[in-house]
Design a protein around this ligand. Structure first.
Ligand code: GAP
Length: 522
């Protein structure tokens, strides 16, 4: 089994070789942190999006979808706080001319100190064997304590500096910690500056008339500004939700780890409008519901964990991330935020329009509270792909690369092979292909021997391969081969649809994910 770093590298090269993801504009050497989805990637991505959409919109009678424009009135972003506060603190190294996020430099430094403490624990564990009491050791060993105290000291200082927006102090922490530039190795740092993450462009053809507009950094605001339109036109009653999937753009400075952090990415967000005071029940409901959605894809439960936010954004009264164990460690995959009435009130203030709901049960109007679930589609894609990628040793000592994708997410569900390109087999295979393609993404392959064709389909995660041979012409049976077990069996063509439908249907996942599909708090 490859180590995590190697595994991740293999996933990236596999993505390109088998048509999942290409670097953007590769013939011009690519564009940093921008990627294109290729022929198989686009299908997998669409299936994940469909699964999210169906479980949100189709399975909740009180959630509807919209598709708002990427461009929005520029005041939207004043109201949301993005113009003033959607910043990263940046610092440049004067020798390497490389730019870094100051917070990431400090966090990486703390992680290094933590690794030193862990090393001490590891050494002691080896020395003491079974009698080792890790908890006691961490609490009493002077060297470990020194490391942990150091981390706490930096953390406290850093948090205070960020809260006070004191960038001089942030720089001083970098200097005091003797953090060096990973490229030049020097401590020759510039001042720390705030850098807004929004991309902007101009609307209108004459620059004097041009209006500065932004590419949306989140899809959520398209939902907030349409809250009343949807509520009124759909005669929605609180509690109700609005769901949306679409592109978002952020000028990320530290853009690494393949499609984990991109400058153009896709979000799947849902804003759930509720009565003030009920938000903690709904927060618990959506935490549980979203985790169920993830588990229903068959990804192991131990690859997920919640990370509760201790320091809350000024508009939130509860927030957490659902983290996934990517090949480079546990990282944020989805956010669940109780956003109070902050966004709607801001839009009321900036637009001068009332964004209130008349609650007939209470006989009063109020600005609803909002519970948000927000997941990155590309991150979900990476989680699924990196988990599915498997190098499997076979009994004959050969290795096969297989994507163990949940069948309902696989880009191609069925591949149809004529055993030979003669004797009427391609024609019969085409007939079967034409029958199945009404229900499933299928493909035909005639080139190479059957073994090679199987391997190619394993590599893109196709759950079923069907081979048409001379016997098919006599008795209308084919061989069906299963991706996971590699077992083959002879079945009548008439049974193919039923066999395939049962395995590739999204229904099982939707049932498992829905749990309480009425949209009421558990
Ligand atoms: N409306 C709330 C919001 O946008 P966020 O935590 O900034 O919250 C939500 O983003 C999700 O979007 C994240 O959990 C992550 O999955 C995804 N995401 C954010 N920035 C991303 C990026 N640069 N590249 C890929 N996905 C990203």
């Amino acid at each position: 089994m490859a180590n995590n770093e190697e595994h991740f590298k293999n996933v990236i090269s596999h993505s390109k070789e088998y048509g999942f993801i290409f670097p953007s504009s590769e013939i011009y050497d690519g564009l940093s942190a921008v990627y294109d989805y290729a022929q198989n990637g686009v299908e997998l991505k669409k299936n994940i999006r469909d699964y999210w959409w169906k479980s949100m919109v189709q399975m909740h009678e009180n959630i509807v979808g919209i598709d708002a424009a990427i461009f929005m009135h520029p005041t939207t972003w004043k109201a949301s706080g993005h113009v003033d506060a959607f910043n990263d603190p940046l610092i440049d190294n004067k020798d390497s001319k490389k730019r870094y996020r100051a917070d990431v430099l400090i966090e990486d430094h703390m992680a290094k100190i933590e690794a030193k403490a862990d090393k001490e624990v590891e050494k002691a564990a080896k020395r003491f064997g079974e009698t080792f009491d890790e908890k006691m050791f961490r609490q009493t060993n002077p060297r470990v304590l020194e490391y942990l105290n150091k981390i706490e000291e930096i953390e406290t200082r850093f948090r205070k500096a960020l809260e006070a927006n004191d960038l001089t102090e942030v720089r001083q922490i970098i200097l005091d910690c003797e953090i060096v530039c990973p490229v030049s190795g020097s401590r020759n740092w510039t001042e720390v500056r705030q850098f807004n993450l929004m991309f902007s462009t101009a609307m209108g053809s004459v620059s004097e008339d041009a209006n500065l507009i932004y590419l949306r950094p989140e899809t959520a605001q398209g939902i907030f500004v349409n809250f009343l339109n949807v509520q009124k036109s759909g005669r929605m009653k609180i509690p109700f939700g609005i769901a949306q999937t679409g592109k978002a753009f952020r000028n990320e400075i530290v853009a690494r780890q393949f499609i984990f952090r991109m400058r153009e990415f896709e979000q799947m967000e849902m804003q759930f409008f509720i009565r003030p005071g009920t938000e903690m029940d709904w927060y618990a409901y959506w935490k549980a519901t979203r985790l169920k959605w993830h588990h229903a894809m068959g990804l192991p439960a131990n690859k997920y964990r919640f990370h509760d936010h201790i320091k809350l954004a000024h508009y939130a009264n509860a927030a957490c991330d659902i983290e996934f164990e990517f090949p480079f460690g546990f990282k944020e995959l989805e956010g669940i935020h109780s956003r109070t009435d902050f966004d709607l009130k801001q839009h009321e203030q900036f637009s001068g329009k009332k964004l209130q709901y008349f609650d007939p049960e209470l006989n009063q109007s109020y600005v609803p509270y909002v519970l948000e679930t927000s997941i990155g589609l590309d991150r979900m894609f990476l989680a699924i792909l990196s988990h599915a990628y498997t190098e499997e040793k076979l009994p004959d000592d050969s290795t096969r690369v297989v994507l163990n994708l949940p069948p309902f997410l696989a880009p191609i569900k069925v591949a149809v092979f004529p055993l030979m390109s003669k004797d009427g087999l391609p024609e019969k295979a085409t007939e079967i292909f034409n029958m199945l393609r009404f229900d499933h993404m299928c493909m035909m392959e005639e080139k190479d021997n059957i073994g090679k064709r199987y391997r190619r389909q394993d590599a893109i995660g196709t759950p079923f391969c069907i081979t048409v041979d001379p016997q098919t012409l006599e008795d209308n049976t084919v061989t069906i081969r299963y991706r996971d077990t590699m077992l083959q069996e002879r079945v009548p063509i008439a049974q193919l649809n039923a066999i395939i439908d049962e395995k590739v249907s999204m229904k099982k996942a939707l049932v498992a994910a829905s749990g309480n599909a009425t949209g009421q708090p558990a």
